[in-house]
Design a binder for this molecule. Structure first.
Ligand code: FAD
Ligand code: SF4
Length: 461
């Protein structure tokens, strides 16, 4: 009999007033009993809507059934056959818009907490030394993957399972893409990213670090080296700025730089070799998930933190859960507020930010009411750092100059899951092909591309 409790089984979290001063994981995960209780809320629909909402096609009711029985090893096998990075997606996938958003239990009450159970299963497997690294015998074909974010890692894992020799070329000294350099430790511990990458290496995936494709090697040279297909998963790491006076002052960061220094370079640690200034008062400009991550990091480094966002709370693009966590941790929201300029002191260090109050006017092309400045409402806020979290776009360095390769107007690789229209041996997915999206969409794109690469290479035989 299914568990008909209306709400999700709660998951323990660190106390907000303790966690806002440390980088340890906020969410503490389920116990076995809690995971079984939650999995028993699944009513095993004949046509499971949750599966259609999952970009990597996890057979959700099947793995939940195994958890409900307490057979976690079997649940892990089902889960990991479909998803190369379950401990990661269980933590950071916006399930409310994907599987959980479609779950029928959400009609009268809360959906099944699929992500929390997924995370439990992946963590249980790691704690019990269970992995799923079986691959088909080597087929003698070589594929290159550019970028080791969720798109590249998923594509590499899927191809390795099919028997391909896969080399991943990563520009940074650490694999993981945004999982390593963007999403903070307190939401996604880096030990978990390492663990999932290690599983791929056990499957034979070769990861070449410090390899900036477009500089060290070009795509044409990769083909010359014997790779028969190339997957571009180089993400969207180029930050955008507002183009207001003062953006080049010391103490103005792009959220990407700020988060990279903290997460990848471990600048938050007292013994860091690349420390970062611990600011007193920080303005984070933007209202998305990246803004919330930057704000929560600045808070943990001891600052008073203000989110400066030009629309109202209803239009905040960040996940409701992230906004809730940020508020609990003491982040101050200055809504309907837009920066006009940043001022510096005699040493060109940020001293203040001038903002203007906004009101909402008519809906714009996005359907959201557009923010309109309120004349004469400018005011100055003293701050010693400003973090711009306004979005990113793809950096075309890896693919610019590749003969025949087309780009979209936004600089993305022009490709669908079947590959690039103009270069049949080049495939692309994740943020490089779509602009900024989500981890699970990048993983789904990597998985589909692996299938298309396999079809392409077989078609050449
Ligand atoms: P990336 O993760 O960007 O990986 C691309 C990789 O390619 C990088 O490692 C980069 O160094 C490498 N690369 C780039 N150029 C080259 C080159 N020339 N040569 C070799 N390597 C290269 N999504 C969610 O679903 N949930 C979240 O909670 C979430 N939080 C986020 C928080 C932040 C701060 C940010 C920035 C994004 C967040 N996202 C989140 C979005 C999500 O992380 C991205 O959509 C996803 O990582 C895209 O995956 P990708 O593999 O396409 O690219
Ligand atoms: Fe279970 Fe919800 Fe999926 Fe139905 S939609 S199978 S209840 S998880």
């Amino acid at each position: 009999m299914a568990n008909m409790q209306l709400n999700k089984t709660p998951m323990k979290e660190q106390d907000p007033q303790i966690r806002n001063a440390n980088f340890l994981e906020v969410a503490l995960g389920y116990t076995l009993e809690e995971a079984m209780n939650e999995a028993q809320r699944c009513i095993h629909c004949k046509n499971p809507a949750c599966v259609s909402g999952c970009p990597v096609g996890i057979p959700i009711p099947d793995f939940l059934a195994k958890v409900a029985e307490g057979d976690i090893a079997a649940a892990y096998e089902i889960l990991s056959n479909a998803n190369a990075l379950p401990a990661i997606s269980g933590r950071v996938c916006p399930q409310e818009n994907q599987c959980e958003g479609k779950c029928v239990r959400g009609v009268k009450g809360e959906p099944v907490a699929i992500g929390r159970v997924e995370r439990f299963v992946a963590d249980w497997a790691a704690e019990h030394g269970v992995s799923n690294v079986a691959t088909a015998p080597k087929n003698g074909h070589k594929v290159a993957v550019i970028g080791s974010g969720p798109a590249g890692l998923t594509c590499a894992g899927e191809l390795a399972r099919m028997g391909y020799d896969v080399s991943v070329f990563e520009a940074f000294h650490t694999p993981g893409g945004v999982l390593s350099y963007g999403i903070p430790e307190f939401r996604l511990p880096k030990a978990i990213v390492k663990r999932e990458v290690a599983n791929l290496e056990k499957m034979g995936v070769d990861i070449e670090l410090n390899m900036v494709i477009g500089k060290v090697l070009t795509i044409t040279e990769l083909f010359d080296m014997g790779f028969e297909a190339v997957f571009i998963g180089s993400g969207a790491g180029l930050p955008m700025f507002m183009k207001i006076p003062g953006e080049s002052l010391v103490g103005v960061y792009s959220a990407n730089e700020y988060l990279t220094r903290i997460n990848l370079m471990k600048a938050y640690k007292p013994d860091s070799e690349t420390p970062i200034l611990h600011n007193k008062k920080v303005a984070v400009v933007g209202g998305g998930n990246v803004a919330m991550d930057a704000a929560r990091c600045a808070k943990r480094l001891g600052a008073e933190v203000h989110i400066v966002y030009r629309r109202s709370e209803a239009e905040l693009p960040a996940r409701a859960e992230e906004v809730h966590h940020a508020k609990e941790e003491g982040i101050i929201f200055d809504l309907l507020t837009n920066p006009v300029s940043i001022e510096g002191d005699e040493k060109n260090h940020v001293q203040s930010i001038t903002c203007i109050r906004m009101e909402l006017g008519e809906p714009d092309a996005s359907g959201r009411r557009s923010p309109v400045p309120v004349k004469g409402s400018e005011f100055k806020m003293e701050v010693d750092a400003v973090i711009m979290a306004l979005g990113t776009q793809p950096n075309p360095m890896s693919y610019d100059g590749t003969p025949g390769l087309e780009k979209t107007r936004k600089g993305c690789v022009a490709a669908d899951e079947k590959g690039c229209t103009s270069c049949p041996a080049i495939f692309a997915g994740g943020d490089a092909a779509t602009g900024a999206a989500t981890v699970i969409l990048a993983m789904g794109a990597g998985k589909h591309a692996a299938k298309s690469i396999d079809e392409y290479i077989k078609s050449k035989k």
